[in-house]
Design a protein around this ligand. Structure first.
Ligand SMILES: Cc1cc2nc3c(=O)[nH]c(=O)nc-3n(C[C@H](O)[C@H](O)[C@H](O)COP(=O)(O)O)c2cc1C
Length: 198
């Protein structure tokens, strides 16, 4: 998006990529080549993780057959737009430590960082990466042949942005970058302070 500053302005100095990344739903009819897709995974690769365990796993669907398989566990509201994305990625983590069965308490935290890196690299490359929590988690695990100790966190639709007119009309007015709370609403010095009367 050329005029992102019309919708998003940072209050403090940051790299413009954080504002540039957003989650459109309209996808152009254009494939993502494998080296470009690999760059997104490469960015995820360099995320930090507890003890450098790197618990993240990404399963992607590019072929018509694999994308159809992914659509079998994505919820209808999301299918209506993400069926046009040339790539769908399941963001997965291994929940336990590499040795033994103990839970790795930071598997989700670390995998969230990796997805964040992937999304920022996508924006840097002029792609869009739209995460979805609206899918059937149990079915996804089953269909993707994941063992019990793995968790599917999100499905991400990746591709190039298309025209909003290609979307169902109900999405037209939502096809703009969202804003954020001011940092004062979620930053505390020293201790948490409740802002409610509870
Ligand atoms: C874990 C996660 C789950 C999400 N689930 C959905 C979803 O099911 N459907 C959808 O249209 N957008 C989904 N989103 C996109 C968010 O609504 C979007 O990221 C948020 O409104 C902030 O907007 P932005 O990404 O454009 O900055 C999800 C995002 C995340 C990170």
């Amino acid at each position: 998006m050329k005029n992102i500053e019309k919708f998003r302005q940072a209050d403090y100095d940051i790299d413009p990529i954080y504002l540039k990344r957003w989650s459109p739903r309209s996808f152009a009819n254009k494939d993502v080549d494998q080296p470009t897709l690999n760059s997104l995974f490469e960015a995820a690769r360099w995320a930090p993780s507890a003890a450098n365990i790197q618990p993240w796993q990404f399963i992607y669907a590019k072929s018509a057959e694999d994308r159809e398989t992914f659509l079998s566990f994505i919820k209808d509201g999301n299918i209506s737009w993400c069926k046009h994305a040339p790539v769908l990625i399941a963001v997965v983590s291994k929940c336990n430590w590499p040795k033994g069965n103990d839970l790795n308490p930071t598997h989700a935290f670390d995998t969230g960082t990796a997805w964040g890196y992937l999304a920022l690299e996508a924006a840097r490359k002029g792609l869009i990466a739209h995460a979805m929590g609206g899918f059937n988690r149990e079915k996804a695990k089953q269909v993707l042949l994941l063992p019990e100790n793995y968790q599917v966190h999100a499905i991400v639709a990746v591709g190039y942005q298309g025209y909003k007119e290609s979307l169902n009309e109900k999405y037209h007015e939502r096809e703009i970058p969202s804003n954020r709370k001011a940092i004062e609403e979620f930053i505390y010095e020293g201790k948490f302070k409740s802002t409610t009367q509870e």
